[in-house]
Design a protein around this ligand. Structure first.
Ligand SMILES: *Cc1c(COP(=O)(O)O)cnc(C)c1O
Length: 357
């Protein structure tokens, strides 16, 4: 009953929009975490025009190669042991290098392996990367290693690009410029929010994730504001309809009380599918294409909808859209007090995915 549709035309459209926003940059399409819940291989095939793919884990890179994807693939966290290093070499995956431990691994690598390497600067987010002098020194050491394929590429990640009014991004950009001055190698700084908010730092490579899926990284706006189209639509259907009298309580904890005679529809979807339990009463859903409101607590397999005011009387079997076409996931994220990333990433295994070609 619950299904996700993935619109590959929308993915291709969004990639073109991104190219127009950053005409001088090559696109490393970020498809980690099962392409933010859209399906790793589905997304990679639809995004065949991307210049490279970025994933977080070796297993994701290997799955892409097994599916016959020949595009360059970057491991955003690099490798952590000899087994991963060998697997990455065999699959021709590019490595991000961000720690002294990874430098050691590369130093001990067998003579025949060759890697394209991205050296990561920690420009102030304090997650991954080398700082200042350690970065320059790692760069010099890497550059002399025999495993290196081509120049060392240079990257960093911005921590506050979705709030452009804060000073952090300008500071991080200055730190990156200073640390990489006079170094050869291609540069990559920006993910979705940054490439929109700070176009001057798009550099040779951009690393968009969220925008590809048609979603805005800025609270209070939607993908449509940037000419993007939603890729994922989450749907289910009505499995029961009933009439309540004033005072009836709905769901676990009796959290919601009918203030009027109410027609209630039960939809077959819950947190067991990845719909957020934190979505509060009032969260919009579409029933037969009309707006209605979720009421009461979300259960594991079901949720309740007030359909009293529907133009077209809701009945069992009617379609429900939870987010996607006609209902931006950005809006649901606000109701659920989260960010759209967690919603699309959170779609569970039991949900079937259909590809719209
Ligand atoms: C996830 C990630 C991205 C993509 O971020 P979006 O906000 O989805 O565009 C880019 N770079 C790195 C290092 C990441 O971890």
């Amino acid at each position: 009953m619950v299904s996700v549709t993935v619109d590959s035309g929308a993915l291709r459209h969004n990639l073109q929009v991104i190219r127009r926003l950053a005409p001088k940059s090559r696109v490393m399409a970020v498809i980690k975490a099962n392409a933010y819940g859209h399906g790793l291989v589905i997304a990679a095939r639809a995004l065949a025009a991307a210049d490279a793919f970025a994933v977080a884990r070796v297993s994701e890179g290997l799955a892409l190669r097994e599916a016959g994807i020949k595009t360059p693939i970057v491991l955003l966290e690099g490798v952590f042991d000899r087994q991963q290093l060998d697997a990455a070499a065999a699959a021709d995956l590019q490595l991000v290098v961000h720690s002294p431990e990874q430098m050691e691994l590369l130093r001990a690598a067998p003579a025949h392996v060759q890697f394209k390497v991205w050296l990561k600067l920690d420009s102030g987010m304090n997650r991954l990367g080398f700082k200042g002098e350690a970065f320059r020194s790692a760069h010099a050491q890497l550059s002399s290693m025999s495993i290196l394929k081509g120049p060392v590429n240079l990257m960093t990640h911005l921590g506050c690009a979705d709030t452009p009014q804060r000073p952090n991004t300008a500071e991080q950009l200055m730190v990156f410029a200073a640390a990489t001055r006079n170094l050869v190698g291609e540069r990559s700084i920006e993910s979705s929010a940054a490439l929109l908010g700070f176009p001057e730092a798009q550099a040779e490579w951009i690393r968009p994730g969220l925008l590809l899926y048609g979603v805005s990284p800025f609270r209070g706006s939607t993908g449509a504001d940037h000419d993007l189209r939603p890729v994922m639509t989450l749907r289910t259907s009505i499995i029961a309809v009933k009439d309540l009298i004033e005072g009836d309580q709905v769901g676990y904890g009796g959290d919601w009380t009918a203030r009027r005679p109410t027609r209630l529809a039960i939809a077959a979807i819950g947190y067991g599918d990845g719909y957020p339990r934190s979505a509060s009463s009032g969260t919009p859903v579409l029933v037969n294409g009309e707006h209605a409101a979720l009421v009461g607590r979300v259960s594991m397999d079901m949720l309740a909808i007030d359909v009293t005011d529907a133009q077209r009387a809701a009945k069992v079997g009617d379609p429900v859209v939870l987010w996607g076409e006609g209902l931006p996931v950005e809006e649901i994220a606000i109701w659920a007090e989260t960010i759209p990333y967690t919603l699309t990433c959170g779609i569970n295994q039991r949900v079937s995915v259909t590809l719209l070609e």
